[in-house]
Design a binder for this molecule. Structure first.
Ligand SMILES: [Ca+2]
Ligand SMILES: [Ca+2]
Length: 97
């Protein structure tokens, strides 16, 4: 489920764990976030996100999303962050399902 994946990816982004496979899985499942991650975190500009680049992207997303700085990203904060990065970086929103 995307929400639990999101939470674990966010937790991984804040920990000292060097490898966080959930970061790449999260971005792979969300085309809008993936497009945003490519714009902000594809450091070598090859059009692909490595796990390292994906982790950096999720770390950035968490900084943007955790509006009240309590170290946790709620689903609501996540949705607001997605809307924010879509507007700020010009990433097309996902069509409603
Ligand atoms: Ca890359
Ligand atoms: Ca929060």
């Amino acid at each position: 489920m995307l929400t639990s994946l999101l939470i674990s990816a966010m937790i991984g982004a804040s920990s000292a764990e060097p490898i966080n496979p959930d970061a790449l899985a999260l971005l792979d499942r969300d085309p809008q976030l993936h497009a945003w991650a490519l714009k902000t975190s594809d450091e070598n500009r090859d059009g692909w996100l490595t796990l390292y680049e994906a982790q950096a992207a999720v770390g950035r997303l968490k900084e943007v999303a955790d509006g009240n700085k309590d170290g946790r990203v709620t689903v609501r904060e996540f949705e607001e962050a997605k809307a924010f990065v879509a507007a700020r970086w010009g990433v097309a929103p996902q069509p409603a399902r």
